[in-house]
Design a protein around this ligand. Structure first.
Ligand SMILES: Nc1ncnc2c1ncn2[C@@H]1O[C@H](COP(=O)(O)OP(=O)(O)OP(=O)(O)O)[C@@H](O)[C@H]1O
Length: 231
């Protein structure tokens, strides 16, 4: 379980996240919604330690991580797939996967076989450079790399951005299966409502740095999307 308690985040004097609190249990997939610029990525970055929380606390399974550095939170089991994927394009698919396991207590050979069961497409491209894969394949590689660390929670920032619909649907299926089999909670920032509805159990909506609505995924109405999500 991840608990975010009263977290505020600023860039210098400019505050972007205001006193956000929420919990996610191990059997949940949570979707974070909201218009561009409301602070979703900033909130995620404070959870993984790339930005300091000005107030509040973040804990993973009752273990406070608020003061830990990003690599320390990663070792504790917080895995992050950033917006824009950020695989290493000059490295091969295999090398990217090896990097994912680096500095984590996992048996690479065993783990990679397990990960290939979720991402079979990667097995055909192991020796190719990451940068030559299609956008959808790169996103699958980015997620696979994050999962190589055997995380306790997986956090993704707009995983469907710029990806064709059939791959988007595959990614929702893969994440759903992984979550069910590994009991790993998932937090996703997402604009694609179809994907959000397919994957999510619960939603949070942010506006101007605060959480303004939340509920079970089937409680997300057109009213919510008109009020808080359409441009
Ligand atoms: N490095 C930074 N320095 C100063 N301000 C920033 C920085 N990064 C983001 N911001 C500002 O913080 C606010 C929230 O940005 P953030 O990226 O968290 O929003 P978001 O909800 O994730 O939007 P998007 O969906 O466009 O990614 C915006 O006003 C943005 O301009």
């Amino acid at each position: 379980m991840l608990k975010v308690d009263d977290v505020s985040v600023s860039y210098g004097k400019s505050q972007v996240v205001y006193n956000v609190s929420f919990e996610i249990k191990d059997d949940e997939k949570l979707i974070l919604l909201g218009r561009n610029g409301v602070g979703k990525t900033t909130l995620l970055k404070s959870i993984i330690g790339l930005l300091p929380a000005k107030t509040g606390d973040i804990s993973l399974n009752s273990d406070k991580v608020t003061k830990l550095k990003p690599y320390e939170r990663s070792r504790k089991g917080i895995a992050y797939v950033p917006q824009g994927r950020e695989i290493i394009p000059q490295l091969t698919v295999q090398e990217n996967l090896e990097l994912g396991a680096l500095a984590h207590k996992v048996d690479y050979a065993k783990k990679v076989e397990e990960i290939f069961e979720y991402f079979p497409v990667l097995t055909q491209h192991l020796k190719r450079k990451g940068g030559v894969l299609s956008g959808g394949q790169q996103q699958q590689l980015a997620i696979a790399r994050a999962l190589m660390s055997d995380p306790k929670i997986l956090i993704l920032d707009e995983p469907t951005e710029g990806i064709q619909p059939n791959i988007v649907s595959d990614i929702a299926d893969i994440l759903t299966r992984y979550h069910k089999e590994k009991k790993v909670p998932i937090i996703v920032v997402e604009q694609n409502l179809r994907f959000a509805r397919k994957l999510g159990d619960r939603f949070l909506i942010m506006q101007k740095g605060s959480i303004v609505a939340q509920g079970q995924m089937d409680e997300l109405t057109d009213e919510h999307s008109k009020k808080y999500m359409s441009v």
